[in-house]
Ligand binder design. Structure first.
Ligand SMILES: NC(=O)c1ccc[n+]([C@@H]2O[C@H](COP(=O)([O-])OP(=O)(O)OC[C@H]3O[C@@H](n4cnc5c(N)ncnc54)[C@H](OP(=O)(O)O)[C@@H]3O)[C@@H](O)[C@H]2O)c1
Length: 216
Protein backbone atom coordinates (compact mmCIF):
# COMPACT_ATOMS: atom_id res chain seq x y z
CA UNK A 1 0.00 0.00 0.00
CA UNK A 2 1.21 3.56 -0.64
CA UNK A 3 2.56 5.58 2.27
CA UNK A 4 1.38 9.10 3.16
CA UNK A 5 2.60 11.52 5.81
CA UNK A 6 0.34 14.35 7.01
CA UNK A 7 1.43 17.13 9.36
CA UNK A 8 -1.11 18.53 11.82
CA UNK A 9 -3.27 15.42 11.49
CA UNK A 10 -4.82 15.50 14.96
CA UNK A 11 -7.71 17.83 14.04
CA UNK A 12 -9.31 19.84 11.25
CA UNK A 13 -8.54 19.21 7.59
CA UNK A 14 -5.46 17.14 8.43
CA UNK A 15 -7.54 14.77 10.56
CA UNK A 16 -10.18 14.44 7.82
CA UNK A 17 -7.53 13.63 5.18
CA UNK A 18 -5.98 11.07 7.53
CA UNK A 19 -9.36 9.36 8.02
CA UNK A 20 -9.78 9.09 4.23
CA UNK A 21 -6.34 7.55 3.70
CA UNK A 22 -6.90 5.12 6.59
CA UNK A 23 -10.20 4.07 4.97
CA UNK A 24 -8.31 3.45 1.71
CA UNK A 25 -5.85 1.21 3.52
CA UNK A 26 -2.82 3.46 3.03
CA UNK A 27 0.13 3.23 5.39
CA UNK A 28 -0.29 6.52 7.28
CA UNK A 29 2.25 8.59 9.17
CA UNK A 30 0.36 11.26 11.08
CA UNK A 31 1.98 14.06 13.04
CA UNK A 32 0.69 15.84 16.11
CA UNK A 33 2.13 18.07 18.81
CA UNK A 34 0.43 15.92 21.46
CA UNK A 35 0.29 12.19 22.12
CA UNK A 36 -2.53 10.52 20.22
CA UNK A 37 -4.35 7.25 20.90
CA UNK A 38 -3.02 4.26 18.90
CA UNK A 39 -4.90 3.55 15.69
CA UNK A 40 -4.66 0.77 13.11
CA UNK A 41 -2.61 1.67 9.99
CA UNK A 42 -1.48 4.93 11.62
CA UNK A 43 1.93 5.72 13.05
CA UNK A 44 1.67 8.86 15.15
CA UNK A 45 4.79 11.00 15.24
CA UNK A 46 5.24 13.91 17.65
CA UNK A 47 6.21 16.93 15.60
CA UNK A 48 6.31 20.65 16.11
CA UNK A 49 7.07 21.78 12.57
CA UNK A 50 8.81 24.97 13.81
CA UNK A 51 11.50 23.02 15.67
CA UNK A 52 14.37 21.61 13.57
CA UNK A 53 15.16 19.06 16.31
CA UNK A 54 11.60 17.75 16.19
CA UNK A 55 11.86 16.49 12.58
CA UNK A 56 12.82 12.81 12.12
CA UNK A 57 13.14 11.28 8.67
CA UNK A 58 10.66 8.44 8.37
CA UNK A 59 11.30 5.15 6.61
CA UNK A 60 10.69 5.41 2.85
CA UNK A 61 9.43 5.07 0.28
CA UNK A 62 7.10 7.94 1.08
CA UNK A 63 4.64 8.35 -1.79
CA UNK A 64 2.88 11.50 -0.62
CA UNK A 65 3.96 14.17 1.87
CA UNK A 66 1.20 16.60 2.88
CA UNK A 67 2.35 19.80 4.60
CA UNK A 68 -0.91 20.76 6.28
CA UNK A 69 0.00 22.12 9.73
CA UNK A 70 -0.57 25.84 10.01
CA UNK A 71 -1.72 28.74 12.16
CA UNK A 72 -3.79 31.88 11.57
CA UNK A 73 -2.91 34.16 14.47
CA UNK A 74 -3.88 37.58 13.06
CA UNK A 75 -7.55 36.88 12.31
CA UNK A 76 -9.43 40.14 12.95
CA UNK A 77 -6.28 42.18 13.67
CA UNK A 78 -6.18 45.80 12.57
CA UNK A 79 -3.23 48.13 12.01
CA UNK A 80 -2.16 49.31 15.43
CA UNK A 81 -4.17 46.58 17.15
CA UNK A 82 -2.59 43.23 16.38
CA UNK A 83 0.02 42.20 13.82
CA UNK A 84 2.54 41.92 16.66
CA UNK A 85 6.16 41.07 15.95
CA UNK A 86 5.72 37.81 17.87
CA UNK A 87 2.70 36.85 15.73
CA UNK A 88 4.77 37.58 12.60
CA UNK A 89 7.62 35.35 13.75
CA UNK A 90 5.38 32.56 15.14
CA UNK A 91 3.34 32.44 11.94
CA UNK A 92 6.34 32.44 9.63
CA UNK A 93 7.96 29.73 11.74
CA UNK A 94 4.92 27.45 11.46
CA UNK A 95 3.56 28.26 7.99
CA UNK A 96 6.81 28.77 6.05
CA UNK A 97 9.88 27.48 7.90
CA UNK A 98 7.77 24.55 9.12
CA UNK A 99 6.87 23.57 5.56
CA UNK A 100 10.47 23.81 4.43
CA UNK A 101 11.83 21.81 7.39
CA UNK A 102 9.17 19.13 6.87
CA UNK A 103 10.08 18.73 3.20
CA UNK A 104 13.82 18.81 3.85
CA UNK A 105 13.51 16.13 6.54
CA UNK A 106 11.40 13.80 4.38
CA UNK A 107 12.92 14.40 0.95
CA UNK A 108 15.08 11.28 0.99
CA UNK A 109 12.04 9.18 1.87
CA UNK A 110 10.05 10.82 -0.96
CA UNK A 111 12.96 10.18 -3.36
CA UNK A 112 12.64 6.46 -2.65
CA UNK A 113 9.11 6.43 -4.11
CA UNK A 114 8.71 5.75 -7.85
CA UNK A 115 6.50 8.83 -8.22
CA UNK A 116 6.81 10.79 -4.99
CA UNK A 117 4.56 13.80 -4.48
CA UNK A 118 4.56 16.76 -2.11
CA UNK A 119 1.39 18.73 -1.35
CA UNK A 120 1.51 22.09 0.41
CA UNK A 121 -1.73 23.35 1.94
CA UNK A 122 -1.53 27.07 1.33
CA UNK A 123 -4.64 29.22 0.94
CA UNK A 124 -6.50 31.48 -1.45
CA UNK A 125 -5.11 34.17 0.87
CA UNK A 126 -1.66 33.47 -0.68
CA UNK A 127 -2.76 35.24 -3.83
CA UNK A 128 -1.32 38.63 -4.76
CA UNK A 129 -3.74 38.93 -7.70
CA UNK A 130 -6.63 38.88 -5.24
CA UNK A 131 -5.60 41.26 -2.46
CA UNK A 132 -8.70 42.35 -0.51
CA UNK A 133 -6.63 43.56 2.49
CA UNK A 134 -6.25 42.53 6.13
CA UNK A 135 -4.68 39.43 7.69
CA UNK A 136 -1.28 40.61 6.50
CA UNK A 137 0.67 38.03 8.50
CA UNK A 138 -1.33 35.02 7.43
CA UNK A 139 -1.50 36.21 3.82
CA UNK A 140 2.27 36.82 3.68
CA UNK A 141 2.98 33.42 5.21
CA UNK A 142 0.74 31.57 2.77
CA UNK A 143 2.19 33.58 -0.15
CA UNK A 144 5.65 32.49 0.98
CA UNK A 145 4.53 28.86 1.22
CA UNK A 146 3.16 29.13 -2.33
CA UNK A 147 6.43 30.64 -3.54
CA UNK A 148 8.41 27.93 -1.78
CA UNK A 149 6.31 25.24 -3.41
CA UNK A 150 6.67 26.79 -6.86
CA UNK A 151 10.46 26.97 -6.56
CA UNK A 152 10.74 23.46 -5.12
CA UNK A 153 8.66 22.21 -8.04
CA UNK A 154 11.33 23.54 -10.41
CA UNK A 155 14.19 22.00 -8.47
CA UNK A 156 12.56 18.60 -7.92
CA UNK A 157 11.08 18.12 -11.40
CA UNK A 158 14.21 16.46 -12.76
CA UNK A 159 13.99 13.93 -9.92
CA UNK A 160 10.41 13.06 -10.89
CA UNK A 161 8.96 14.55 -7.69
CA UNK A 162 5.79 16.60 -8.23
CA UNK A 163 4.91 19.49 -5.93
CA UNK A 164 1.37 20.92 -5.75
CA UNK A 165 0.09 23.88 -3.78
CA UNK A 166 -3.56 23.97 -2.70
CA UNK A 167 -6.37 26.11 -1.35
CA UNK A 168 -8.59 23.77 0.69
CA UNK A 169 -11.64 26.03 0.53
CA UNK A 170 -13.02 28.05 3.42
CA UNK A 171 -13.54 25.12 5.72
CA UNK A 172 -15.50 24.61 8.95
CA UNK A 173 -12.64 23.92 11.35
CA UNK A 174 -11.28 25.64 14.45
CA UNK A 175 -9.37 27.88 12.04
CA UNK A 176 -12.11 28.43 9.46
CA UNK A 177 -14.96 28.87 11.99
CA UNK A 178 -18.52 27.57 11.94
CA UNK A 179 -19.71 30.03 9.28
CA UNK A 180 -17.21 28.74 6.68
CA UNK A 181 -18.43 27.60 3.24
CA UNK A 182 -17.69 23.88 3.26
CA UNK A 183 -17.26 21.01 5.72
CA UNK A 184 -14.07 19.03 6.24
CA UNK A 185 -15.43 16.05 4.29
CA UNK A 186 -15.93 18.18 1.16
CA UNK A 187 -12.50 19.81 1.53
CA UNK A 188 -10.61 16.61 2.26
CA UNK A 189 -12.28 14.54 -0.46
CA UNK A 190 -11.54 17.31 -2.96
CA UNK A 191 -7.94 17.66 -1.86
CA UNK A 192 -7.11 13.99 -2.06
CA UNK A 193 -8.61 13.86 -5.57
CA UNK A 194 -6.26 16.73 -6.47
CA UNK A 195 -3.24 14.89 -5.02
CA UNK A 196 -4.22 11.85 -7.09
CA UNK A 197 -4.21 13.99 -10.25
CA UNK A 198 -0.93 15.73 -9.42
CA UNK A 199 1.80 14.66 -11.81
CA UNK A 200 5.16 15.81 -13.07
CA UNK A 201 3.27 17.51 -15.95
CA UNK A 202 1.22 19.60 -13.51
CA UNK A 203 3.95 20.19 -10.93
CA UNK A 204 3.94 23.71 -9.50
CA UNK A 205 0.15 24.00 -9.80
CA UNK A 206 -1.84 26.21 -7.41
CA UNK A 207 -5.33 24.72 -7.26
CA UNK A 208 -8.50 24.85 -5.22
CA UNK A 209 -9.92 21.76 -3.52
CA UNK A 210 -12.42 21.39 -6.35
CA UNK A 211 -9.85 21.47 -9.13
CA UNK A 212 -9.85 25.07 -10.32
CA UNK A 213 -6.55 26.81 -11.09
CA UNK A 214 -6.11 29.61 -8.55
CA UNK A 215 -4.62 32.97 -9.58
CA UNK A 216 -1.20 33.56 -8.11
N1 LIG B 1 -9.97 26.20 7.51
C1 LIG B 1 -9.86 26.99 6.46
O1 LIG B 1 -10.83 27.65 6.05
C2 LIG B 1 -8.55 27.09 5.71
C3 LIG B 1 -8.53 27.89 4.55
C4 LIG B 1 -7.35 27.98 3.83
C5 LIG B 1 -6.22 27.29 4.25
N2 LIG B 1 -6.27 26.54 5.39
C6 LIG B 1 -5.05 25.84 5.77
O2 LIG B 1 -5.34 24.46 5.93
C7 LIG B 1 -4.45 23.88 6.91
C8 LIG B 1 -5.27 23.16 7.96
O3 LIG B 1 -6.15 24.11 8.56
P1 LIG B 1 -7.34 23.70 9.54
O4 LIG B 1 -8.50 24.57 9.17
O5 LIG B 1 -7.51 22.25 9.62
O6 LIG B 1 -6.74 24.30 10.91
P2 LIG B 1 -6.90 23.81 12.43
O7 LIG B 1 -8.20 23.12 12.62
O8 LIG B 1 -6.58 25.02 13.24
O9 LIG B 1 -5.73 22.73 12.58
C9 LIG B 1 -4.40 23.14 12.42
C10 LIG B 1 -3.49 21.94 12.57
O10 LIG B 1 -2.14 22.40 12.43
C11 LIG B 1 -1.40 21.98 13.58
N3 LIG B 1 -0.31 22.89 13.90
C12 LIG B 1 -0.34 24.21 14.10
N4 LIG B 1 0.89 24.67 14.42
C13 LIG B 1 1.71 23.58 14.42
C14 LIG B 1 3.08 23.40 14.68
N5 LIG B 1 3.88 24.42 15.01
N6 LIG B 1 3.59 22.14 14.57
C15 LIG B 1 2.80 21.11 14.23
N7 LIG B 1 1.48 21.21 14.00
C16 LIG B 1 0.95 22.46 14.09
C17 LIG B 1 -2.44 21.97 14.70
O11 LIG B 1 -1.94 21.23 15.79
P3 LIG B 1 -2.38 21.57 17.34
O12 LIG B 1 -3.67 20.84 17.57
O13 LIG B 1 -1.24 21.06 18.14
O14 LIG B 1 -2.54 23.06 17.42
C18 LIG B 1 -3.60 21.30 13.97
O15 LIG B 1 -3.39 19.91 13.88
C19 LIG B 1 -3.63 25.05 7.46
O16 LIG B 1 -2.39 25.12 6.81
C20 LIG B 1 -4.48 26.26 7.10
O17 LIG B 1 -3.71 27.44 7.02
C21 LIG B 1 -7.41 26.42 6.12
Amino acid sequence: MPKVMITGANRGIGRAMLDLYVARGWDCIATSRQDMPAQENVTWVNLDVRDPNSHQTIEGPLDLLICNAGVYLDKGATIGNGFSASDWSETMAANVTGVYLTIEAQLDAVRQSKAGKIAIISSQMASSTNAPGGSYIYRASKAAALNLGRNLSSDLKSEGIAVGIYHPGWVQTDMGGGEADIDVATASNGLIARFEELSIETTGCFETWDGRAHPY
